[in-house]
Ligand binder design. Structure first.
Ligand SMILES: Nc1ncnc2c1ncn2[C@@H]1O[C@H](COP(=O)(O)OP(=O)(O)OP(=O)(O)O)[C@@H](O)[C@H]1O
Ligand SMILES: O=C(O)C1=C[C@@H](O)[C@@H](O)[C@H](O)C1
Ligand SMILES: [Mg+2]
Length: 183
């Protein structure tokens, strides 16, 4: 039996946007690991990355991952540069139903290009090539996920219904939260 739903995928695939709506739909808690890191370090992801570097960011993210992986009835949206290595996968998959979100390059480019500077590792001067490379780096991960959703088209409400239907179809069940455990 699972406890939570984990959303992973490339930057701009809609994890935060759809995750928030999915949580509302199920009346579950919404957790965004980027926001959780920001609260814990007291600065934006971009500032933390600039001041402390990639290694510190990755450590923080893995630390948060271990913490949130045990949550019940939570939609957990991860950062789009989240390295889904085998160690992280094992921690998350024990209690989490893992959904990968993906979009076509033009849509990712459009979404990521909206807030220049917000995403610390994006090459905004060469966005098209950056997006193509990022999309490629996610390709091997989909086969490890329980479900892959294409978010290129369709509004959030429609995509949320598609996800809920698939979870029902797969007959996934989730343990209920019995006490307040986070946020
Ligand atoms: N299905 C959608 N329909 C319309 N707009 C969307 C949709 N999905 C995402 N967006 C918009 O695209 C932008 C990026 O989405 P979002 O922040 O959810 O991506 P993300 O996957 O969480 O990215 P990151 O990995 O960088 O955190 C936001 O402005 C969001 O409102
Ligand atoms: O490395 C990066 O540029 C980013 C990392 C993730 O946390 C993302 O969620 C963020 O939007 C950008
Ligand atoms: Mg996000």
């Amino acid at each position: 039996m699972k406890r939570n739903i984990v959303l992973v995928g490339m930057m701009g695939s809609g994890k935060s946007h759809i995750g928030r709506k999915l949580a509302q739909r199920l009346n579950w808690q919404f957790v965004d690991t980027d926001r959780k890191i920001e609260r814990s370090v007291g600065m934006s992801i971009s500032d933390f990355y600039r001041h402390e570097g990639e290694k510190a960011f990755r450590e923080k993210e893995f630390n948060i991952l271990q913490q949130v992986s045990r949550y019940h009835e939570a939609i957990i949206s991860f950062g789009g540069n989240f390295p889904m290595n085998i160690e992280a996968y094992r921690v998350l998959h024990r209690y989490g139903y893992i959904i990968a979100l993906q979009s076509d390059p033009h849509r990712v480019e459009e979404r990521v290009g909206r807030h220049i500077g917000k995403r610390p590792t994006v090459d905004y001067g060469n966005l098209h090539e950056f997006v193509i490379k990022m999309i490629r780096s996610w390709e091997d991960i989909y086969s490890y996920c329980d479900y892959v959703v294409d978010t290129t088209r369709g509004g959030a409400s429609q995509l949320v219904e598609t996800i809920v239907e698939e979870i029902d179809r797969q007959g996934v069940s989730f343990a209920e939260r019995k006490q307040k455990e986070y946020e």
